[in-house]
Design a protein around this ligand. Sequence first.
Ligand SMILES: NC(=O)c1ccc[n+]([C@@H]2O[C@H](COP(=O)([O-])OP(=O)(O)OC[C@H]3O[C@@H](n4cnc5c(N)ncnc54)[C@H](O)[C@@H]3O)[C@@H](O)[C@H]2O)c1
Length: 316
Amino acid sequence: MSGGPGLPVPTLPAPPVSVVGLGQLGGSLAGALAAGGREVSGWDVDPSARDAAAARGVRVTRELAGVVVLAVPLPAMATALDDLILDPGATVTDVGSVKRVVLDTVGAAHGRRFVGGHPMCGTERSGPDAVDPSLFAGARWALCLEPATDLARWLRVAEVALAVGAEVVPVTAAEHDDAVAAVSHVPHLLAAALAAAAAEAGPLALALAAGSFRDGTRVAGSDPAFVTAMLAGNAGPAAAALARLRQQLDRPWPDLVAAGHAGRAAWSRGTAPGRRTVRVPLDRAALLAVGRSGGAITRRLAAFVEGWVPDDAADG
Ligand SMILES: NC(=O)c1ccc[n+]([C@@H]2O[C@H](COP(=O)([O-])OP(=O)(O)OC[C@H]3O[C@@H](n4cnc5c(N)ncnc54)[C@H](O)[C@@H]3O)[C@@H](O)[C@H]2O)c1
């Protein structure tokens, strides 16, 4: 049986999901899937994270099958599966904030079973207390398509992201790391610099700090170990993005302020652009073209996926 054009695929049994690391990202994902009726299991080295996940309907086990999601801190990615039992047919993915280093370690170990991913959501909080099953709703979820990626496994992971309300952005690991250097890693460095400089300015400055300071420094509240690992894993692109930012700071201030205002407006439009629906064949080049245009995949249909590109995106 197959769905005709435009019809959703007839329901096939969705593979189970196993989540390793049940903190903010992993606990939120497992909780969202369990709430949606998906079979979901998980493991964490921290008993309190295991207990919190179990209370949300997650089966706690060391045996992993189906789509196995690594949601541990970046330094633990390469070894997180060492003491666990992995079904040989499992597809392995991750939610790490950098993609090339995970591809070089976890990807090298699991070959075509591996599909790298990065949901663009989360807060400066961590651990099971930061779990929020609605975290992924409306978020973009970068999903890596390398030349050797198995498209069937890529789709299996994409369907997990879609199931929790995210939109899937097809990317390569290299393109992802360059992009997040500019929009995530440099903001972390800027937030740190701003907070450190304000602290040096003294108690009066801190007493008067309000909205601009709060918004500009929010991510400086993140666990320093998490941020340091993220920057270390993407040092080259982060340094290049920081150099571009330094050039901006050297511009005459009126020019800088005007360009920043325009850039922020472009971002606001990009978060909710005019959308043109597109049907995309399950083909790496076609999928990557959606991501590069600023679009995303929103659902799976029979022989293709459906998504959108900005109104003004070029055809092809
Ligand atoms: N926090 C964010 O904003 C954010 C956003 C997107 C992606 N990420 C990525 O998600 C991953 C997890 O981040 P988080 O914010 O959920 O962190 P977190 O600290 O909230 O959760 C990590 C969990 O992993 C567990 N853990 C550590 N080592 C483990 C191991 N070897 N085996 C099993 N469990 C282990 C910890 O006990 C903890 O419960 C990181 O790789 C991070 O780069 C984070």
